[in-house]
Unconditional design. Sequence first.
Length: 58
Amino acid sequence: MRRKVASYVAWLADSYAAIKAKRPHATVLIGGLLSWQAQCWTLKLGQHGAYRYADAIA
């Protein structure tokens, strides 16, 4: 799971930068979390610094 989370965070960082470069006031979301995985996934995202690259979680 560590590799998957790291890959996702790298993708999120690149995406966040591209979105904000074009539309600085856009809201970037982390979404699509399944209820049975949400707690584990959000914990891992936080450990990998993902929240720097999102404005909200849906």
